[in-house]
Design a protein. Structure first.
Length: 149
């Protein structure tokens, strides 16, 4: 038995569960596997730092998002959700404009109070690693919906 609902489709996550910042950055979930979730995006001008390569913070943002989406799906049925607690990023090589990157989020630990996710980012053509993100999330009760102020 896998971590995620068997009939969960990437389109459902892209339409309902993808944070606005990830839509802006171009992240798209492409696959939901039994124990991992895969997403892609193409490096564009909006991702670059002044030296013409992808800003390392982009790896952190999309890594935390994908890990949080995966973690939230694991606890969704229990009335719980997850929030980021710690993020460690290891950048191995630069990502350049036009490169398509693939992220794979895989659980290292899914406990009652915390989860640890490893998110590997590779370029899709030669499968060379770009970054590895380790994300720890706290499992909390879902907050009550608040009316806009």
């Amino acid at each position: 038995m896998g971590l995620f609902p068997a009939k969960l489709k990437p389109e459902t996550i892209n339409e309902r569960g993808l944070p606005e910042i990830d839509r802006f950055l171009g992240l798209r979930v492409t696959e939901v596997r039994e124990n991992s979730i895969v997403a892609t995006f193409t490096v564009g001008q909006q991702h670059l730092q002044p030296h013409g390569i992808m800003h390392g913070g982009i790896s952190c943002v999309v890594g935390e998002s994908l890990g949080s989406i995966a973690g939230g799906l694991v606890v969704h049925e229990s009335g719980k959700t997850v929030v980021g607690q710690s993020l460690y990023a290891l950048h191995m090589r630069p990502a350049k404009p036009g490169m398509t990157l693939e992220l794979t989020a895989k659980a290292l630990h899914t406990g009652r109070r915390s989860q640890i996710w490893e998110i590997n980012i590779v370029e899709t053509l030669q499968r060379k690693p770009i970054a590895r993100i380790t994300l720890t999330v706290a499992v909390i009760d879902k907050p009550e919906a608040q009316a806009p102020s």
